[in-house]
Design a protein around this ligand. Structure first.
Ligand SMILES: [Zn+2]
Length: 352
């Protein structure tokens, strides 16, 4: 069997690219946060263009409701890890691309390190929390970031660069928009081609940044409405005070993770939600006051000393007597990229 080689001839024809530009792309590293409706076209186009290294961050598994706006996936793969599937899709388009998959939440604890290891970060997330985290990591790591937000038929695009002309997200929205204020796809509804179009533009902006091609939305905010096909470009100047930490509040984000605690009537309810329970109390407490159902036990100091006991792919609910130690432990483990929550109020708060 002859192995097919990618052919970049159609883009090599552009005078802005040529052999030198193609070589530049092949040496570029791009981080894509979110392998969903925006991430699908971003991955397809960057892989097709021959960007040498693509890293994908997403902790989720494929749900049947994703498919209408995430055409890189197949119905037969529902339930599988999205980063694994996205990696397979990228390699199928272009085997010469090196793909690195991170099946973790993009979190305050891993954000800066991940962004720093790449030339550009592309925000393909669907929540403000992650967008502001990407912003802060980009400001701290001094890397360009390409943002898109979609709401029903409209959305906006913004590019941050470590350059005095480019506003960051916090320059425009100093009080970070809270999730839940504006609906995401799950609540507000969306037609697949809308994030598809925004993701395609993000891929274009990323290629322009890597190649140094003009028209990178420097210091501008672009609003597109696909209901009436209108577009507006607004000036988005950098705030004078925009320097870390003023425009990089990442450590604040780490502190107030809003969904860190989970309130539940019973431990059975946690298992029903697919959460793995971990009892972080001491050996003595577990012996004298066992949990109402059998629960895996790793005492808090042991867990903090060796977080690798938990799987990056798992969804964990930590519990202790009152919910204080489990909360502190969950906060620490999130900094290591693990998906953990804490049982609010602890065992003493359970009704069943
Ligand atoms: Zn700023």
């Amino acid at each position: 069997m002859v192995t097919m080689q990618p052919d970049y001839s159609r883009q090599l024809l552009l005078k802005e690219i040529g052999a030198a530009g193609q070589a530049k792309l092949s040496q570029s590293r791009v981080l894509i946060v979110g392998a969903g409706g925006l991430g699908s076209p971003v991955l397809q186009y960057l892989a097709g263009a021959g960007v040498g290294h693509l890293s994908i961050v997403d902790a989720d598994t494929l749900d049947p409701s994703n498919l209408h706006r995430q055409p890189i996936y197949d119905l037969a793969d529902v339930g599988k890890s999205k980063v694994d599937l996205a990696g397979v899709a990228v390699r199928a388009i272009n085997p010469s691309v090196v793909v690195q998959t991170h099946r973790v939440r993009f979190a305050a604890g891993n954000a800066v390190e991940l962004v720093q290891a790449h030339d550009v970060v592309v925000d393909c997330s669907d929540n403000f929390r992650t967008k502001f985290l990407i912003n802060d990591a980009a400001v701290l790591a001094r890397r360009p970031a390409v943002f898109a937000s979609v709401y029903q038929y409209e959305g906006q695009l913004q590019v941050y660069k470590p350059d005095p002309a480019h506003a960051c997200l916090r320059c425009l929205w100093p009080d970070a928009t809270a999730d839940g204020v504006v609906g995401n796809c799950a609540e507000a509804g969306v037609l697949g081609p809308v994030p598809g179009a925004f993701g395609s533009i993000q891929a274009l902006l990323t290629l322009k940044i890597l190649l140094g091609v003009p028209g990178q939305l420097g210091g501008e905010l672009m609003l597109l409405d696909f209901m009436n096909f209108s577009s507006v470009k607004l000036k988005a100047p950098r705030r004078v005070a925009c320097v870390a930490p003023a425009c990089a509040l990442i450590h604040g984000i780490a502190r107030d993770d809003e969904d860190l605690e989970l309130e539940l009537p019973s431990l059975a309810a946690a298992s029903a939600q697919g959460l793995d329970l971990i009892d972080v109390r001491t050996d003595e407490e577990v012996a004298t006051q066992p949990a109402p159902v059998p629960v895996r036990h790793i005492a808090m100091p042991m867990l903090l000393a060796n977080p690798a006991q938990l799987s990056p792919a798992g969804h964990y609910l930590l519990l202790c007597a009152s919910g204080k130690r489990s909360l502190a432990t969950a906060r620490e483990l999130r900094k290591r990229g693990l998906t953990v929550r804490s049982l609010a109020g602890g065992l003493q708060n359970l009704r069943g």
